[in-house]
Ligand binder design. Structure first.
Ligand SMILES: Nc1nc2c(c(=O)[nH]1)N[C@H]1C(S)=C(S)[C@@H](COP(=O)(O)O)O[C@H]1N2
Ligand SMILES: [Mo]
Length: 530
């Protein structure tokens, strides 16, 4: 038995575990639900045949997942050690081994519900850590072995390498120092990840158990959905609602820690706790929220039922002083926006929202409290994780996006979108179905028309809406001959303004122009005859 083999195993083990530590912490920092190792455990559970899984779950009770994690951990530890050993004679062996492990993990991550490319980042970070740390650790080991084998020393006639020259001993010492330093760093990194992750999980758990009394009592109006497949559903589910925020690490705020300060040009400062806010009278409304960065035809828009407390009432209580025309909103993560005071005090229903579609706000949508102002783009109004409202003057400040060239005020612009047919879709010629959504919060949509190949504008049917603040589904059909076509859509608001076809970029204050979709119609009579 080779006495030095232990060092190679140790190198493999330290490199492997350090990679697990960095990938775990990356997952916690990126607020990915679980670490890659958990993704593997879940994949194993999912891929285990039903009866076996049932047996295992019954046998191990609630601790089965923890046990599975421990087992996976032990197995990969053996693999890591083996890869260290393999590195001694075949430099490519760990590379191949890590690649296979990373690919398997990536597959497990992608199997999880709602995962996307970002969720692969921890896997990539772990993979790079493996390669880097192993290289760092085996370099002195190789040096030691080369020194031990140096021709200056007579070969020893057995398979134990010579105890070694001073150079060999030095190499091994360098290895041990590095292994110790890397191992220590890995423990620190994993500890940081645990702290980050546990705080977040506690908040997620609190949120999950939270019931906001009375929220979610306003069903979508009958007829809001036209029942046409592939038009965006009138109510956007929380986990499909678009997300925009500058925060890399989404704030996880426990309700007990949340405070809102209302101050500035007011007679009385107000400080509110979450309980204070929940104790107040609540309002609930369907409101469509959209992003100023949404291009014509884009999907940075969603419609949800929001429950909260009217800002008009809070600001009336604070007593706004003359001269104020803005409210500078600040979030826990330091993002700011400037909202016209009027929009927060008039009767449009601007609110501090605590629930979205009847559930406590999801963390990434601003838990525990966000602002929601019908009729304004999100970047000037919809502050997530809001903690501070300063009544002030537009002349006296410049908020996050305004500093970056975006308009100071962001009233929404009228828009309409084609969801059916999809771009490039091929449909049978004849009576072709068209449909989508249109919105102009605050004013409402009175008509939507579509036109094929520059032909006459065809009026569409509109779904029913509860107010002017939500989008409306539109749908219609018209005869289309076989061939390649282009359909365009335009909306008219309830004040009689027809959507312009003049194209403007999203910068500085929202895109304009008409959505258009290319599609093909195929002659079905040919197919029937053939
Ligand atoms: N704290 C914070 N709030 C924010 C933002 C942000 O970056 N940070 N982005 C705003 C923008 S630009 C939009 S469009 C909306 C999006 O809200 P959503 O992510 O819930 O859809 O949030 C707004 N509130
Ligand atoms: Mo936005």
């Amino acid at each position: 038995m080779d006495g030095r083999a232990g060092m190679w195993r140790l190198a493999g083990l330290v490199a492997g575990l350090t990679g697990l530590a960095t990938s775990y912490t990356a997952a916690m920092v990126l607020t990915i639900r679980e670490s890659p190792v958990v993704a593997i455990a879940e994949a194993v559970i999912r891929l285990t045949p039903g009866p076996v899984a049932d047996f295992v779950i019954r046998f191990f009770g609630a601790s089965n997942k923890a046990l599975l994690l421990v087992m996976i951990f032990l197995i990969v530890s053996l693999v890591f050690a083996a890869l260290g050993t393999a590195a001694r004679t075949r430099w490519w062996a760990p590379l191949a081994g890590y690649s296979v492990l990373a690919l398997l993990t990536a597959a497990a991550v992608l199997l999880q519900r709602g995962s996307g490319p970002v969720d692969l980042l921890p896997v990539v970070i772990g993979y790079l850590t493996w390669l880097l740390v192993l290289a760092l650790l085996v370099t002195p080991l190789r040096r030691a072995e080369r020194a031990a084998r140096a021709p200056a020393r007579p070969a020893v006639p057995n398979d134990v390498p010579p105890a070694g020259s001073p150079a060999a001993a030095q190499g091994r010492r360098a290895f041990l120092v590095r292994a110790l330093l890397v191992g220590g760093a890995a423990v620190v990194v994993a500890g940081a990840g645990k702290v980050l992750g546990s705080g977040r999980r506690a908040v997620e758990e609190t949120r999950r158990l939270l019931r906001i009394e009375g929220a979610g009592q306003t069903p979508p109006p009958r007829g809001s959905s036209l029942g046409v497949d592939d038009i965006a559903s009138w109510q956007t589910p929380n986990d499909e609602f678009y997300l925009i925020h500058t925060a890399l690490v989404v704030p996880a705020i426990a309700p007990v820690d949340w405070r809102l300060r209302i101050h500035g040009l007011v007679e009385r400062e107000i400080e509110l706790t979450y309980d204070d806010l929940l104790a107040r009278e609540r309002t609930e409304a369907w409101v469509t929220l959209n992003c100023v960065s949404n291009p014509v035809g884009g999907d940075l828009v969603g419609n949800a039922l929001w429950t909260g407390v009217l800002t008009s009432e809070l600001l009336a209580e604070a007593g706004v002083l003359p001269g104020a025309d803005a409210v500078l909103q600040t979030s826990e993560d330091g993002w700011t926006c400037g909202t016209p005071l009027e929009a927060l005090t008039d009767d449009r229903g601007a609110m501090l929202a605590v629930a979205m579609n009847g559930e406590a706000l999801p963390i990434e949508h601003g838990f525990p409290v966000r602002t929601l102002v019908p009729g304004l783009y999100g970047y000037v109004s919809a502050t997530k994780w809001v903690v501070d409202l300063e009544v002030t003057r537009f002349a006296d400040f410049s908020a996050y996006w305004t500093q970056r060239g975006w308009g100071e005020r962001g009233p929404v612009k009228i828009a309409s979108r084609i969801d059916v047919p999809r771009s490039g879709e091929s449909v049978p010629a004849g009576n072709v179905a068209f449909g989508g959504v249109a919105w102009m919060q605050g004013t409402g949509i009175s008509a939507v028309e579509f036109s094929v190949d520059g032909g006459p504008w065809v009026p569409a049917d509109l779904g029913r809406v509860p107010s002017a603040d939500t989008w409306v589904q539109w749908a219609g059909t018209t005869e289309v001959a076989p061939g390649d076509h282009l359909v365009r859509v335009r909306a008219t608001d309830s004040a009689g303004n027809v959507q312009t076809d003049v194209e403007r970029d999203v910068l500085p204050d929202g895109a304009t122009g008409l959505d258009e979709v290319d599609f093909t119609t195929t002659d079905t009579t040919d197919a029937a005859v053939g």
